[in-house]
Design a protein around this ligand. Structure first.
Ligand code: 13P
Length: 341
């Protein structure tokens, strides 16, 4: 595919006032989310829940793309329509999670390396046929006194770059997701320092593998203090350091940045993105690719009453709308409260 075509998919993913819904929780992860609402994680329950999200009226007003898990991209709705078809008809782009998870890194067993490269070329051809036009691969890095190691940073960057090159070869846009986790009692400057190192190494490898950066999307963490640190940072500080880190380490050819929420509350994720966009003086579109921060309230309500579909979709739509507002710094706390059901 030409670089123009890849770029136009990437541009659609970060279109103004829209962001990406990450609904690609792996089977163990969705089981954890469901157990929090006392719901059994059966294939039928996963299908019912996700179908409800994807059939939200006006989905594509605020959602540009949906990331699916392997199980979901093969499912159909009750009326027999395939899930990818449903998403495409709603006006959003279909994405697929490609990695097979973060596994123990031999050589530094307290750390993880993301796997899934074996057979990837063949899997890509199948996902393209099923309707996918973009993909996701998540690497994770823990912060502690000795970690992340040079080895974890280098091996994850290498895998991300090999993944991205294969995805572009198959005419799809790779989301590159190096997630520096927020677990720990480190301060915000440590997160800044580690994220900068991780991003530098990722772009070094992406360039080495001849990945066309204008046909990629970066999905990074925001720069945050560790979740066990007592001293919280202000939204202004988070936004300032996040923007500085991205400006200094992400090549300008990258068309857009879609943040993960990483354990922030729904409001924190929205408010921080809003603040980032207030001061965004780059050419990068800055949007969201949230899982938990888009679904939490809707999922909770669904756990209480699975029949109340219209209201659950309203709750989901409200979250998507609030995040949409934050992509152009138009979100306010009052608006958020005002709209709550
Ligand atoms: P969270 O927004 O819940 O962190 O999930 C985003 C994601 O897709 C992680 O890979």
């Amino acid at each position: 595919m030409s670089s123009t075509k890849l770029n136009s998919i990437a541009q659609a993913m970060v279109a103004p006032n829209k962001g990406i819904l990450a609904a690609d929780e792996s089977t163990p992860t969705i089981a954890k989310r469901f157990s929090n609402i006392d719901t059994e994680s059966t294939e039928a329950n996963r299908q019912t829940y996700r179908n409800m999200l994807f059939t939200t009226p006006g989905l594509s007003d605020y959602i540009s793309g949906v990331i699916l898990f392997d199980e979901t991209i093969r499912q159909t709705t009750k009326s027999g329509k395939s899930i990818p078809e449903l998403i495409i008809q709603s006006g959003a782009v279909v994405g697929i999670k490609l990695d097979t998870g973060a596994k123990v890194l031999a050589g530094s067993p307290e750390e993880k390396v993301t796997e899934g490269l074996d057979g990837l070329r063949e899997r890509l051809a199948e996902y393209y046929e099923l309707g996918a036009r973009f993909t996701k691969w998540r690497a994770v890095y823990n912060i502690s006194e000795k970690y992340p190691s040079e080895l974890a940073i280098k091996s994850n960057a290498h895998a991300l770059a090999r993944y991205a090159a294969l995805v572009q070869e198959a005419n799809m846009v790779p989301i590159v997701e190096p997630e520096v986790l927020m677990e720990g009692d480190h301060d915000i400057n440590k997160c800044y320092e580690v994220t900068a190192k991780v991003l530098k190494e990722c772009y070094k490898e992406l360039k080495l593998h001849n990945v066309n950066l204008n046909g990629t999307i970066l999905k990074p963490n925001m720069i945050l203090p560790g979740n066990k640190l007592k001293n919280k940072s202000s939204t202004e500080e988070i936004a300032k350091l996040t923007l500085k880190c991205l400006k200094e380490n992400v090549p300008s050819e990258v068309p857009g940045i879609a943040f993960l929420s990483g354990g922030q509350t729904e409001i924190e994720a929205t408010q921080n993105l809003n603040e980032i966009n207030k001061i965004n003086d780059t050419n990068f579109a800055m949007t969201f690719s949230y899982g938990r921060a888009l679904q939490q309230s809707a999922l909770k309500h669904w756990g209480k009453n699975q029949e109340d579909i219209l209201n659950i979709q309203k709750i989901f739509n409200h979250r998507a709308k609030m995040n949409s507002l934050s992509t152009s710094a138009r979100w306010t706390e009052d608006l958020d409260k005002l709209n709550i059901q």
